[in-house]
Design a protein around this ligand. Sequence first.
Ligand code: BYC
Length: 472
Amino acid sequence: MSQSIDYTERIPNNVDLAGDRRLQRALEAWQPAFLNWWAEMGPTLDTSDVYLRTATAVGREGWAHFDHVALPEYRWGVFLAERDEERKIAFGDGKGQPVWQQVPGEYRAELQRLIVIQGDTEPASVEQQRRLGLTAPSLYDLRNLFQVNVEEGRHLWAMVYLLQAYFGREGRDEADALLIRNSGSEDSPRILGAFNEETPDWLSFFMFTYFTDRDGKYQLGTLKESAFDPLSRTCEFMLKEEAHHMFVGTTGIDRVVKRSTELMREHETEEIAPYGGIALNVIQKYINFHFSVSLDLFGSETSTNAANYFTAGLKGRWQETRRKDDHLLTDDSSEIEAMVDGQLNTQQVPSLLALNHDLRTEYVADCQSGVKRWNKVLEDAGLDARLFLPHVGFNRHVGLFSGSKISPSGEVMTDEQWAARATTWLPTPEDKTHVQSLMQPVYERGKIANWIAPPNQGINGQPFDYQYVHLA
Ligand code: BYC
């Protein structure tokens, strides 16, 4: 039986909030601050309502309900996956012991830090995407943007619930601070680099949902393994919502590539900018940028923080329980690629230190699946050009490659060589201006902008020309 969600409460939840008056009051005190933040930092386009899905139960069946909803009235709430009474710690020093229902004193600071970092990314992405509604290529895309936004808002609720329920006064202060930091702010920026970058156009949005949301999937996957059971259950449910965000990215890029191939064939040239398309080399530059910025989100390839989190049972590996080893890793070593004496080389390091690298490797393999899809679109169009992921050392600012200049194909460069080629690898101001110039809103039912192909199907069985959004 799946646990249903109580929507008669001011804060919808499946954690019996009414049974904990103190916590309920704390969250009800935070709610107006959240709604203020949404009004000020959330979507700028005025809409009457949007065809959104809302969670109704956390179980396998029937958790989503679709309806037209006014955005500020979306029912943000606290939803945890069901508790498994038998669940045991799967890794680290506490392996085999029952999972924790409370925060152990000795890990309080680390757990709080992980939850704050995770929580910080969620509202950041809403802030980054707040103006995109003004230039949506179709009502279908506009609806998907808002679906992503409201769910990122709910993911903030998920982390704020943990902070307020389990971390006392400090947790409440951190919950407040999550609404005070802002993406790109000079004085109080968001914590991780990628969340202070701009998402100024829809190509960036699709890249962000493909590459950066996918980091979210992998980080949440490791927190789902946590010995701190409420964190694990929260992340498990967040991952279900997250899948749609990556779908938006994958199919968004599919459709841009498809439209570009159509324009290339129609006009028999790769230079499709004059015809209102996005050239493949510009798409490649956007991939290069978003992939490299997202790799930085994994932290350094060798990390004592990551080793400590693992040994303590706070953060596991991707699909920890399916791994065929001792889940302690104290005697294991791993091979990583690093700069050694100015050359790219492999190094053996203790596996415990290489956990960020391990997660990043899983992530890169997953990213590759999209590239394969996009290349299939090119192949089907009879074109020879191919897209690719750049080398993991390309354009890095965090970790063992930061400070080195490495080309997308993995050659070590001098600063001068890099400077001479950088404009062919990363989006230039001209590329961005051109992409920006294509971003003219199309709000007419069933119509779509010229630079992107329509989707193969609509949302929840509705056709593409459904009235997904009513503008104000
Ligand atoms: N930017 O040992 P190191 C998502 C700092 S996305 C700035 O290498 P560690 C979403 C680090 O804090 C997923 N600073 O790293 C997506 C440390 O500082 P201190 C978000 C950085 O700790 C789309 C120092 O460098 N969730 O959900 O092993 C839309 C050395 O650190 C960065 C998480 O990330 C950076 N990129 O790993 C919406 C999960 N990287 O302590 C949502 C929670 C490192 O020396 N976070 N530093 O002052 C973590 O697991 C880890 O904190 C990190 C870093 C993976 C981020």
